[in-house]
Structures are given as C-alpha cells and as structure tokens.
Design a protein around this ligand. Structure first.
Ligand code: FES
Ligand SMILES: [Fe+2]
Length: 440
C-alpha cells in the first residue's frame, strides 16, 4: 500500500521532482491565446513552479521564456516587446521567441557574441484558443494529445479558467469523488420533487452508490451506479487522464464532450480550466425544479500582473466564499452559491497541501485511491526505467474516454454499457472509439 509520504511526492511538481518530471512529459496549457497581443506586454505566467513570461511577437508568434535575462538575470517582464523580439530593459539585449539572442548593444560589435547566447524558452503551440507549452527535456516535443474536445474546430470549443489556492492533486480529486455531489451540491434537494423516471430522482434516492473502478490506457475510470427503473441501472462515469485531466458526468454522456484540467501553477496554486463543446442540442432539459445553489458563476477579480494574479474569483477564502447561513439553513446544503465555488471552498479549506496522514478513506474514495496508485506507478516507472507515462507519446490512447451519466440495462456489464454508450453517442470529431478495457 502506498504510504502518506508516497502521496506527498505526488503533490510536488517543481523542476527535478519526480511528479514534476512526469508532468513535463506532456503539453501544458499556459494561457488563453487572447491574453497575448502582438507586441503587447509580456504576461507573467507561473507553470509547475517556474516563473515564465509569454509574449506574442510582431509576426504573431508566441514565445514562452524563463523570466530571467541570460545576461545578468534581470526580469524580462520589464522588457520591450517590439520588432519581433523581447528586449531586456537593463542592457538592451534582445531575444526572439525561440530565445536566440539578436542583439547585444551594450558592448562594441567586436566584443559581442549573441550567437553563443540563448534565453531559456519552451516550445509552444496554439490549439482550442489556448497557448500550450512543452517544458520537458526531449529535443522533439511530444505529439499533441488526442483529447476529444481538442479535436473539434476551435470555434466549437470554449474554455473557462479559474485559479484555486491549493495543491493540484486535492483540487483534481474533487472531480473523481462522486459521492460528494449528493451532499455539497444537492444535499437539500429531495427525490420526491422530481419525476420517478428522471436521473435526478435516481441520484437523490440513493446517495451512497456502488462503484466499479478500473485502470485504463489513459489513466483510470469509475462508474458509480444505483438502481434506475426496473431492469436498469443509473451510471455516472468519470475518468482521470494523465497527467492532470478529468472527464466528469456533468451531463448526459451522449453529448458531453468536455474535460477539466488542474494545471499546477506551483505546489500551492492551481489553474482550473475546462474545455467544452458548445452544442445547444447536447444540454438536457431539467424535469422538475431547479436545484437551488447550482448556478454557474465565474465572477472574477480583475487580473493583475502578479505571478498569481490571473483568473481569481471574487468570492474566496477572504470572504468565506460568500457563505450565507440563512440560505444554508433554508435552501441549500452549503450556503455557498455555485457548484464551482462550493468545490473551491471545500478543497481550499483542506489547507494549501492536505496532510494525507489525517485521511480516513472509504469505498466511496475508491477512485481516488486507485488514481493515486496509478500516478505513483507511472511516476516510478519513469524515474526507474525511463518509461514514457501513459499518453505522453501515444497521443491517441485518450480517444476512448468520455464522461457522463446514462441509464443502461442491468443485464449488461458496466464496461459493455460504456461501450454501448460510445457507439450510440454524438461523435462530431469522428475520433471517439470503443476502447479495450479490462474489468477491475
Ligand atoms: S540583464 Fe538583461 S541585458 Fe543585462
Ligand atoms: Fe463538486
């Protein structure tokens, strides 16, 4: 069994750490493409504990730099982004988006050696309206992951961002912890207010579901299940996908092309981002009253140029997330408004990095336990044998993954029911396929 200190290793992602090394095997989402304007100011960006800058040059190319100038370490944040390069304001050295030194104007040409100087930069690509960086050591960047929402035309995919003040792992684990839904988010809702053949009714009738859980090529998956109408089961399926993605049952499986990322800014701050397919036909009409407190509210503080200044929410730990005790008594379980904020409050309340030693895990935490073990195995295989972690080089391994809820005959196994759902679902990218999966 993994120990508490094994789990602690999973939470550290800075340069040279085992988990940091694993994450650097993948493309990392860095910022929105729209955050970078040609010749605009450098954007302070922290990723995996590294202080970086992003710019878009005059020709529209994106550069992600170590923020320190390779001359004497002044921050290039203060630099001038102009004429296809970033010029340090200290002594005027200038770099292109690949880090090549173009100019060394504070010394006479006979003393200058720009061809021998390189600013540290990372390779970038832009996909789905987002700038991605490859921060690893391979000469060739890995293939871009074939994650379903990223295979659609950019115009059909939207992303939403929000910073969270805690470690990436405890934030991610909220997505694969299904039993909290019936309490934190829906604890005051009553089954009898919803039609007896609706998924909400099934969910509220049984708040302690049973579970299947399995390793997959891309990570792990679970199905939480409980009775539906006679002869059927109601399933909620979610995935963990390496290194920090989830696909959750936020709506019905058939049209739920979405995924969520928990990108470490550093060990104690995480950038949440969600990609989702904008298909109006995919949303299910609600049968019965709206569950109070479940609004989707992303009310941001103004972004600042601080390392932790982007996509912060107005309701936060300083104001108890807008907790309203009257509403908690009368209307909602938590008294906090909005699914995302409710999750934010509980995961941040664990502290910046949870002390795993105080946990008491149950069957309801099966997916969390299994996912930690899967991460540890991949981390050790990389450390000890140099084994490429899941999906890092085999980009299409992700194509069998989608999250969602559905009702299926109890005569089918959970994996058969999952395969049936994939065959019968919208597949606008044409790439989703039935994966080869082994039962738990
Ligand atoms: S420190 Fe940047 S040019 Fe000298
Ligand atoms: Fe939640």
């Amino acid at each position: 069994m993994p120990t508490t200190s094994d789990y602690a290793v999973l939470t550290r992602v800075g340069p040279g750490t085992p988990m940091g090394r694993l994450m650097r095997e993948y493309w990392i989402p860095a910022c929105l493409s729209s955050e970078l304007k040609a010749d605009g100011p450098p954007l302070r960006l922290m990723l995996l504990g590294e202080k970086l800058l992003a710019i878009r040059d005059s020709a529209g190319r994106v550069g992600v730099f170590d923020h320190r100038c390779p001359h004497r370490g002044a921050s290039l944040f203060f630099g001038r982004n102009e004429e296809n390069g970033l010029r340090c304001v200290y002594h005027g050295w200038k770099f292109d988006v690949e880090g090549n030194c173009l100019d060394m104007p504070n010394v006479k040409p006979r003393h200058a050696f720009p061809h021998r100087i390189k600013a540290k930069t990372y390779k970038t690509v832009e996909r789905a309206g987002v700038v991605w960086a490859y921060m690893g050591e391979r000469a060739e960047a890995p293939p871009f992951p074939a994650l379903e929402p990223l295979l659609l035309p950019d115009a059909q995919v939207t992303s939403r961002w929000a910073q969270r003040h805690c470690n990436w792992l405890q934030a991610l684990e909220g997505d694969i912890d299904t039993s909290h839904f019936g309490f934190l988010h829906e604890g005051k809702a009553r089954a009898e207010d919803y039609p007896a053949d609706s998924v909400l009714h099934y969910r509220l009738m049984d708040r302690a579901p049973d579970y299947h859980c399995s390793d997959t090529g891309w990570g792990t998956m679970y199905a939480a299940y409980r009775p539906a109408d006679p002869g059927n089961l109601y399933y909620r399926v979610a995935h963990y996908l390496f290194p920090f993605w989830t696909m959750i049952p936020n709506t019905s499986f058939a049209g739920n092309i979405s995924m969520r990322g928990w990108v470490p800014i550093d060990d104690t701050h995480t950038m949440f981002l969600q990609f989702f397919w904008q298909d109006p036909a995919a949303s299910q009409p609600l049968r019965g009253p709206q569950v109070p407190g479940l609004s989707i509210n992303f009310d941001y503080l103004p972004n600042t140029s601080d390392w932790h200044g982007r996509w912060r929410l107005r309701q936060n730990e300083q104001n108890d997330y807008g907790l309203d005790r009257d509403r908690q008594r009368d209307l909602t379980f938590s008294g906090i408004e909005g699914v995302h904020l409710q999750d934010q409050a509980v995961t941040e309340s664990m502290g910046e990095i949870i002390d795993h030693g105080i946990e008491h895990l149950t069957i309801g935490d099966l997916m969390i336990t299994r996912t930690r073990q899967r991460m540890l195995q991949a981390m050790r295989a990389l450390e000890e044998k140099g084994a490429s972690p899941p999906g890092a080089t085999q980009a299409d391994i992700f194509l069998g993954a989608r999250g969602g809820d559905f009702v299926a005959p109890d005569s089918r196994t959970w994996l058969e029911a999952y395969a049936d759902q994939i065959r019968g679902s919208a597949n606008p990218s044409g790439a989703l396929r039935v994966p080869a999966l082994a039962a738990e």
